[in-house]
Design a protein around this ligand. Structure first.
Ligand SMILES: *Cc1c(COP(=O)(O)O)cnc(C)c1O
Length: 346
């Protein structure tokens, strides 16, 4: 039987063997708590090596916390954050960024394929400069995007330049940063701090870990008292070694990128196989691990009737098929066959 849950979300997948092994390795004897342990120390060092800079790293439980707390640390309550209208911080965090920043307002920009239009950003910044308008202070960018596309290095550099021009900071929601890095085959530094990103929320769960994201500050002064912020928000793990250790396994031998590249490869394979099916339309360029598909209702309900699970929250008929480190080619074949079968029906 196919894995009917295989394309619903990359967080439907389990823990990949390397992350699991590291957790198991960390599970010996006593060690200091709250991040004062060797595993946390090693994971931070490996992230500094990966990003080729002396960044400051914090491990939190999930992406909502990483984004919200990172944004809160960059903003005062009278500031605003500019992001794409489909971004996770706007649509999927239950107001956490506003809550943790004590009311910082989110301003929405649009842009095709889930990428923020810098003209829109400049409009939102330049529209007003008086004291009655929430002062734009952060540009938040998602890499890879909520629509499975990837910002190129030069697009990110342009975003960084725009922010700098107006004295703003850049925060990156990198829940799928691994997929973006694998897709671009570039150095992580090039699409983060070298492009002007000040704080990166680096995803672990969707990459193959059980839990945990890393908040990476590329400017140390921005990390001031971030530890207190984490603690107050209930994000300081007492047994921190188990949040940190998986990073050690994932960063060894570039495993994090291999796992992400597999997910990306599965998505492009899936896209290739359904691209020419009658009644099926691929909605956005497939550049990471997600394929967005428009298809008629009878096809959507037919697939659900067979047992396939997927999200369809981005407008009429749009279905998101997403791959992970655990996706198998047999699942792709099974799904494609079912789509073909249903599309041949009248
Ligand atoms: C999954 C995801 C997150 C993190 O979500 P949590 O459920 O809070 O871990 C953040 N940003 C994006 C774009 C995501 O897809």
């Amino acid at each position: 039987m196919p894995n009917y849950l295989a394309f619903a979300s990359d967080n439907y997948a389990g823990i990949c063997p390397e992350a699991w092994a590291s957790m198991s390795e960390a599970n010996t004897g006593f060690t200091k708590s709250y991040g004062d342990d060797d595993f946390t120390d090693r994971a931070c060092k490996l992230l500094r090596e990966l990003f080729e800079t002396d960044c400051q790293v914090f491990f939190v439980f999930n992406g909502t916390a990483a984004n919200s707390l990172a944004l809160a640390s960059l903003c005062r309550s009278y500031h605003s954050i500019i992001c794409h209208e489909l971004s996770h911080i706007e649509t999927d965090e239950c107001g956490a960024p506003e809550f943790f920043s004590n009311g910082t307002k989110i301003l929405l920009a649009s842009g095709p394929n889930g990428k923020i239009n810098l003209g829109d950003v400049e409009y939102l910044i330049g529209r007003r400069s008086d004291i009655h308008y929430p002062k734009p202070n952060v540009l938040s960018i998602t890499q890879s995007t909520e629509l499975g596309t990837v910002y190129t290095t030069s697009e990110l550099e342009a975003a960084g330049e725009t922010s700098r021009k107006y004295g703003m900071r850049v925060q990156m929601d990198g829940a799928r940063f691994a997929n973006a890095t694998a897709s671009l085959e570039c150095s992580p530094a090039d699409i983060s701090w070298r492009a002007g990103v000040d704080v990166l929320c680096l995803g672990g769960a969707k990459n193959g870990m059980a839990i945990g994201e890393a908040v990476v500050f590329f400017k140390k002064e921005l990390a001031l008292e971030f530890d207190y912020r984490c603690k107050q928000a209930g994000q300081l793990a007492s047994k921190m070694r188990f949040l940190a250790a998986p990073w050690i396994g994932m960063l060894k031998d570039g495993i994090w990128l291999k796992r992400a590249a597999h997910a990306n490869r599965c998505a492009s394979l899936l896209a290739e196989q359904i691209r020419n099916i009658r009644q099926v339309e691929i909605m956005f360029p497939v550049q990471a691990n997600a394929v967005f598909v428009r298809m008629p209702d009878h096809l959507v309900s037919g697939l659900r009737g067979i047992g396939w699970c997927f999200y369809s929250f981005i407008g009429a008929g749009g279905v998101r098929l997403i791959c992970s480190w655990a996706t198998e080619e047999a699942d792709i074949t099974a799904l494609v066959n079912d789509i073909k079968k249903l599309s041949d029906l009248p």
